[in-house]
Design a protein around this ligand. Structure first.
Ligand code: NDP
Length: 348
């Protein structure tokens, strides 16, 4: 089938495109500039996959009808384009508006222009639209919605925490999608599936010209696990804890969400499970001598004792994903080995 992937040159979307091409789909991707499209096409050519790929330039996803041309004749849509940044300076609406309006825009084009061909829209939401921050460890499921970040942005405006601005954008964008389905259910010929991954890590295949241009979550891994203190970049505390998934498993989850029966109108948390950063640090230190020989002194923190149980702050119920998608997720060790191989090739 022919699949439209919005924001196809991003960290996650690049893997989605690759995975779908390898599974025999053809892809139309949207990018914000011609250059970005050309560079991404070259990467796919290098993988021997360029033939099944074309791109269209959508310079501003917020504009009314922005995706009208892009949706023509496609069988399915994966909507990933959304701002991914944690910003102190941004006002909440700087992030929320493109996330929400961009979502509305793709849904609207799918209905007005694509309704005769499109059969499903897979929406890349986030666990950011689910979790709320608490002092106690908590377990979340698809029944939970992150109202907390939305409230914080309403109350504090620009002074809301950088991550809350992003999280509010994901809550409001996903809610926009479900409301659109509800408001137009008599007219829509396609269905909606939302995927809600937590932090996504893994090797990169999209165009990253330099380490400083690395996208948010892969950079978080580099800055926390590899970068030495002296370089002065902020790093996550190794005591910090969240949940994660390997980018390649998330890409497969998107493919399955497109292909499977029985997932229509579901929101689905997709995760390997929880972590504390110290676990990543310990694995990194054990792998480094062989897998990252160019770095000899990774941050050590306080290594976990054998058999010690980590306290995980944010845990997700992933039983729905197991039941409906049945993906087998890579482990932290498998993920980090491939990330290190990528660093070695790139000279990071
Ligand atoms: P990237 O920053 O790598 O990719 C984001 C994509 O969206 C890029 O193609 C980017 O285009 C595009 N984009 C960003 N802002 C805009 C805008 N204002 N208008 C049009 N396009 C825009 O991020 P990820 O790959 O990490 O994230 C992709 C999706 O996955 C997002 O929806 C994100 O919320 C979601 N997600 C990510 C997680 C993570 O841990 N990384 C976790 C959970 C969900 P350009 O290259 O031109 O900037």
């Amino acid at each position: 089938s022919k699949v439209l992937v919005t924001g196809c040159n991003g960290f996650i979307a690049a893997w989605i495109v690759r995975t779908l091409l390898e599974r025999g789909h053809t892809i139309r991707g949207t990018v914000r500039s011609h250059d970005k499209g050309v560079r991404f096409k070259e990467i796919l050519n290098g993988l021997g996959l360029g033939k099944g790929f074309e791109f269209v330039v959508v310079p501003d996803i917020v504009k009314d009808g922005a995706f009208n041309e892009a949706v023509k004749g496609v069988d399915a849509i994966i909507h990933t384009a959304s701002p991914v940044l944690f910003s102190t300076e941004a006002k909440p609406e700087d992030i929320i508006q493109p996330a929400v309006q961009g979502s509305f825009s793709i849904l609207n084009s799918a209905l007005n222009i694509g309704n005769d061909t499109v059969r499903r829209l897979v929406f890349t939401s986030s666990a950011a639209a689910i979790l709320e921050v608490d002092s106690e460890p908590r377990k979340f499921s698809e029944a939970n919605w992150n109202e907390q970040s939305v409230r914080e942005c309403e109350e504090l405006g620009q002074n809301a925490s950088p991550i809350s601005k992003y999280r509010a954008s994901k809550t409001l964008a996903e809610r926009t999608a479900w409301k659109f389905i509800d408001d137009n259910k008599d007219k829509i010929n396609w269905d909606l599936v939302a995927l809600n991954p937590p932090f996504v890590f893994g090797p990169v295949i999209h165009d990253v010209p330099s380490l400083s241009a690395l996208n948010l979550t892969p950079a978080m891994m580099y800055d926390t696990i590899v970068r030495s203190d002296s370089e002065g970049k902020e790093r996550q505390a190794l005591t910090g804890s969240n949940s994660w998934i390997d980018v390649r498993d998330l890409a497969e989850a998107h493919a399955l969400a497109l292909e499977k029966e029985g997932v229509a109108y579901e929101r689905i948390i997709v995760t390997e499970g929880p972590y504390v950063w110290q676990e990543w640090a310990d694995i990194a230190n054990s792998l480094a001598p062989i897998h990252l020989p160019s770095h000899s002194n990774l941050p050590k923190g306080t290594p976990l004792l054998d058999g010690a149980k980590s306290v995980y702050q944010i845990i997700y119920d992933n039983s729905k994903a197991n039941r409906l998608l049945g993906i087998k997720c890579r482990t932290k060790e498998e993920c980090l080995k491939d990330i290190f191989a990528d660093y070695e090739v790139r000279g990071w």
